[in-house]
Design a protein around this ligand. Structure first.
Ligand code: ZN
Length: 200
């Protein structure tokens, strides 16, 4: 499984390298964001922002900015998406979900491993927000790529309703998710509000 993940990342790196750096592209990505995303696709894994650093903590604690329709059809978005996927699939430090602020991009984008779908794929959700939480809750163990060396139990809703923009059409979509995948959605969308699981 690990080997196949690496192959996917290398293939996508070749595809995305040719689409780097488009200027005056009508997106809302800042120059600093483009530099962070666009630099060095050969090193596809992005450095993780962690609570070990005060300046990185500051970004992790910010409310992330939304993405526009132009943003998510841009080349820079494709590179960000690819690099987030490689980062969460890092064989040395794998995760089940990742939010853009965790790689230093304060934007409303999460990737969630869909354990409730065939093949357990990672899927991306621009402007993801949870619109309803089930009153039924359960404790479960959580860790976070941005809080190294820690694990703890967190009380989470067993089912949620999520709303997000479709990556291709930008249409607003809603979906009900339950079980472990719902926990990942809650953890990742918390990142977009500057909330970490250690706050609970
Ligand atoms: Zn996290």
């Amino acid at each position: 499984m690990k080997l196949s993940k690496i192959i996917i990342c290398v293939g996508a790196a070749i595809a995305s390298a040719s689409t780097l750096f488009s200027c005056g592209d009508g997106t809302t990505f800042t120059k600093a964001e483009k530099e962070l995303i666009g630099k060095d696709t050969s090193a596809a894994i992005m450095p993780l922002y962690t609570t070990d650093s005060p300046s990185e903590t500051e970004l992790l604690r910010k409310v992330a900015a939304p993405l526009t329709a132009k943003d998510i059809t841009s080349d820079i978005y494709k590179v960000l998406r690819h690099r987030m996927l490689c980062t969460v699939n890092d064989p040395e430090n794998p995760g089940v979900g990742i939010a853009a602020p965790q790689v230093g991009i304060s934007r409303q984008l999460v990737a969630v491993q869909r354990f409730d779908k065939e093949g357990e794929p990672f899927e991306f959700y621009p402007n993801a927000v949870i619109t309803s939480y089930s009153p039924e809750k359960k404790y479960g163990w959580e860790g976070c790529l941005s809080v190294p060396g820690q694990r703890d139990t967190v009380l989470r809703s067993t089912s949620i309703e999520i709303s997000y923009n479709d990556e291709l059409t930008f249409e607003l979509r809603t979906e009900r998710v339950s079980g472990y995948t719902a926990v990942i959605f809650q953890h990742e969308t918390d990142h977009l509000k500057g909330v970490l699981y250690i706050d609970y």
